[in-house]
Design a protein around this ligand. Structure first.
Ligand SMILES: O=C(O)C(=O)C[C@]1(C(=O)O)C=C[C@@H](O)C=C1
Length: 379
């Protein structure tokens, strides 16, 4: 047996496959034009399922039947991507998002916590001083302030570099009709704060946001006798220590909070990770994006989540449009056991054709699809 001869045979077969593939794609384009004309959706799962069953039946072994299934799944996925491209050319649409200049002078901005919280730092860092900022109690309150129009913008933490995503905010982003218009990263430098004159040995109770306690777990592991109490916010914790005037209490919060609440820094830099940073999103009750926006966030659910390749197919629209996916998270869907909602970030601007094509494809082939926003990413 000669390898060269066998490879020549494979090359000949491949040539035929390529010719037939191109012929198939030509017909798929005609189907797309027909569908554009009558408004029929590109994706037809019933046709795809019956097509795959028939194709499998034509195979002569069970191994080949599985191969045919994979092959036809891919062929039809590629065919759909091309069809979506043609749909995008026929209907340029920004999914209701409008380009804006991002001017926010005089705007009202809501953040969660109290003055001196990391959310406050993010607000000042992103907007500067020419906005009117105020604080509310919970993340959901921020969502409501923005949704009901009392605030023009809201500021919410979504992710910490050491502990991962802030799950409550992810879940809320899906529930409220608000959109991400920007992001800001705050370097989190936790410190142990107490009343002036307090010795570390006197401490019995330490307050912080659950994330603050988690992010300083190595330091806290050395103090097993301390009671750890979670509060809404790091700055609320500092405020509590000031109000209660009890030297057995301490707070984990920022040095900025120490200055605001007249506390002393008993020990600085107690985070497990020196590079501890929190990413905040800036939200609005408007579908808008600034020129140069280069990051898109979306969320969706899969109708057939337990079918092999369903997530892969949804993500195929990002890959086939040569877009760079930067993040994927999943969250359980409340009340729906073992079902998940996916949150995906990828690079791009909503005005660009490949982005519109990917969005249109995913919107049609997933359920509860939402474009969460298009904004300028922070490195
Ligand atoms: O038959 C159609 O409606 C097509 O668009 C063609 C095709 C295919 O490539 O076979 C592509 C997408 C549909 O989901 C089903 C099948």
């Amino acid at each position: 047996m000669d390898l060269g001869v066998l490879r020549d045979q494979i090359d000949d077969i491949d040539k035929q496959i390529i010719r037939l593939f191109e012929e198939r794609m030509d017909v798929a384009e005609q189907v797309a034009r027909y569908k554009i004309g009558c408004g029929k959706p590109v994706y037809d799962p019933v046709r795809e399922r019956s097509k795959i069953e028939r194709a499998k039946d034509m195979a002569t072994s069970s191994f080949n039947a599985r191969g045919v299934e994979t092959l036809f799944n891919q062929l039809m996925a590629i065919s759909r991507v091309r069809q979506y491209e043609l749909v995008a050319e026929a209907h340029q649409d920004n999914f209701g998002f409008e380009e804006c200049n991002g001017d926010h002078v005089g705007a009202k901005v809501a953040f969660q916590g109290v003055e001196g919280a990391y959310g406050h730092q993010a607000t000042l860092g992103y907007f500067g001083k020419d906005v009117e900022c105020y604080h509310v109690k919970t993340f959901e309150d921020v969502m409501k302030e923005v949704h009901e129009g009392r605030a023009d913008y809201g500021v919410l933490p979504v992710e910490n570099s050491s502990t991962g995503i802030i799950t409550d905010v992810y879940d809320l982003m899906h529930l409220y009709d608000n959109y991400i218009v920007g992001e800001y990263v705050v370097k989190v430098e936790h410190a142990l704060l107490g009343l002036p004159g307090t010795e570390i040995d006197q401490i019995k109770t330490v307050y912080s946001h659950p994330q603050g306690l988690l992010q300083c777990s190595r330091f806290l592991d050395e103090k097993p006798e301390w009671e750890q109490v979670s509060l809404q916010n790091t700055a609320v914790s500092a405020q509590k220590v000031l109000v209660e005037q009890d030297r057995t209490q301490a707070a984990i919060a920022s040095p900025a909070a120490a200055a605001i609440y007249s506390l002393s820094v008993l020990k600085e830099k107690i985070s497990d990770n020196d590079n501890n940073s929190t990413r905040f999103i800036i939200i609005r009750h408007k579908k808008e994006y600034v020129k140069g926006a280069d990051g898109i966030s979306i969320s969706f659910e899969l109708a057939n989540a337990h079918e092999t390749g369903s997530l892969y197919h949804a993500l195929g629209f990002i890959i086939y449009n040569s877009l760079n996916m930067t993040k994927i998270e999943s969250r359980p869907i409340q009340g729906d056991k073992w079902r998940y909602r996916f949150f995906i970030d990828f690079d791009g601007n909503i005005g660009e054709a490949p982005v519109q094509d990917a969005l249109r494809g995913m919107a049609q082939e997933t359920i509860n699809f939402k474009i969460l926003g298009n904004y300028i990413q922070v490195e």
